[in-house]
Design a protein. Structure first.
Ligand SMILES: CC(C)(COP(=O)(O)OP(=O)(O)OC[C@H]1O[C@@H](n2cnc3c(N)ncnc32)[C@H](O)[C@@H]1OP(=O)(O)O)[C@@H](O)C(=O)NCCC(=O)NCCS
Length: 157
């Protein structure tokens, strides 16, 4: 595999959203909320998840990176920074199904962490749904320590 990681460009957005929509069924909080309460405001969870990627890449385009194989985007990572607090958060990460398990996710996390260090940040944060065993396995294997578990609540108004 010849993988190249480069900074996000605005023209990449629709591809990142496509990868997101094929990667996140079963591991999306928005999807779980929709299963309980139905669609909200005329939008399904896919619209919400795709919107997260747009918001993240708009707010912090310099902190988003794509992995390309032979010029095709196969994975991405988005991040957000809190410079005053000294931390960076990995917001979303996805790899196309056929390239999973070959170290692409690990390389993208390493790239984001190197960028955080270059930006002078002191620590990194990441979250996972508790049942996302792949995500949790990956995060522990690159050095993240579990700090606590957050319980999400929602109610219909
Ligand atoms: C999570 C995801 C980004 C991982 O990407 P990937 O390229 O497949 O991951 P890697 O090949 O770099 O895996 C690295 C490590 O992850 C862990 N891992 C991978 N597959 C695993 C599995 N089935 N179960 C448990 N841990 C697993 C292992 O620790 C692995 O290291 P190893 O190969 O040395 O054992 C990818 O599976 C994905 O896009 N999933 C759908 C979207 C998603 O869940 N995103 C993260 C949201 S929290």
């Amino acid at each position: 595999m010849s993988l190249a990681i480069r900074p996000f460009r605005p023209a990449d957005l629709s591809v990142l959203q496509e990868i997101t929509l094929s990667a996140f069924p079963g591991v999306s909080l928005d999807q779980t909320i929709e299963e309980k309460f139905g669609e909200q405001n005329g939008h399904d969870w896919r619209w919400r998840k795709a919107r997260h990627i747009e918001l993240e890449t708009t707010a912090n385009p310099a902190g988003a990176f794509v992995a390309e194989e032979h010029g095709r985007i196969v994975a991405y990572v988005t991040t957000s920074l809190d410079r005053a607090a000294g931390n960076g958060r990995i917001a979303n990460l996805a790899v196309i199904a056929e390239l999973r398990g070959r170290g692409v996710g690990r390389q993208l996390i390493a790239h984001a962490l190197a960028w955080f260090r270059a930006e002078g940040l002191g620590y990194a944060l990441i979250e996972s749904m508790s049942h996302n065993e792949v995500g949790r396995g990956l995060y522990a294997s690159v050095g993240f320590q579990e700090i606590g578990q957050l319980v999400h609540y929602a109610m219909k108004l």
